[in-house]
Design a protein around this ligand. Sequence first.
Ligand SMILES: Nc1nc2c(ncn2[C@@H]2O[C@H](COP(=O)(O)OP(=O)(O)OP(=O)(O)O)[C@@H](O)[C@H]2O)c(=O)[nH]1
Ligand SMILES: [Mg+2]
Length: 196
Amino acid sequence: MEIKSAVFVTSLPRYGDFPGRGLPQIAVAGRSNVGKSSMINSLCRVKNLAKTSSTPGKTRLINVFLINNQFHLIDLPGYGYAKVSKKEQLSWGRMMEEYFAKSETLRTTLHLVDIRHAPSAGDRQMNAFLYGSGLPFVVCATKADKLSRAQRGSMLPVLARDLAVQPWEIIPYSSQTSEGRDKLLIRIAEALSEKD
Ligand SMILES: Nc1nc2c(ncn2[C@@H]2O[C@H](COP(=O)(O)OP(=O)(O)OP(=O)(O)O)[C@@H](O)[C@H]2O)c(=O)[nH]1
Ligand SMILES: [Mg+2]
């Protein structure tokens, strides 16, 4: 699959308000600052399509992008950002619950984890939630450019063990070098064609 067009559609404080339900969806989930928005930009090859920031907690809304007039790419707000209040954490939780409950056309979730670190408690919770809901997902290990081959070789089994997937199922990804982009586009195309 090649991405020929990518446009921003809307930012939603509540998924229930989204009028564009119906098209298939691919969601991007992960800790704050893990590289969700950067991955969307590098996948689509559009520089500032999704807003990125070195300050975690930038994406507080569900951002929707329309790709190839064919499917919606959903940039979900990140979890695990220490500086958010209890109230904000609760509202994040409700937002995500509503999203996963109502996104009938969700084909797969790209679960992003940082390749440099063992999964956080939030990563493991997200993973348990995806497993528990029977939702298909793809683990992408972001910021792959920051590790050497040898360091990677020792991290992938750790990620695989903690997230209960096989090491070879994980896609190492770098928004800076586009490593993993072709592989991920193939997985997305597969996910989109599965129920068509
Ligand atoms: N070296 C490197 N840096 C990256 C990569 N992906 C993201 N970053 C950096 O990580 C920081 C966070 O990236 P974002 O894409 O904004 O992260 P996010 O997951 O969308 O964060 P929130 O919206 O806060 O949840 C930015 O400073 C990016 O430049 C990558 O593949 N390699
Ligand atoms: Mg973001």
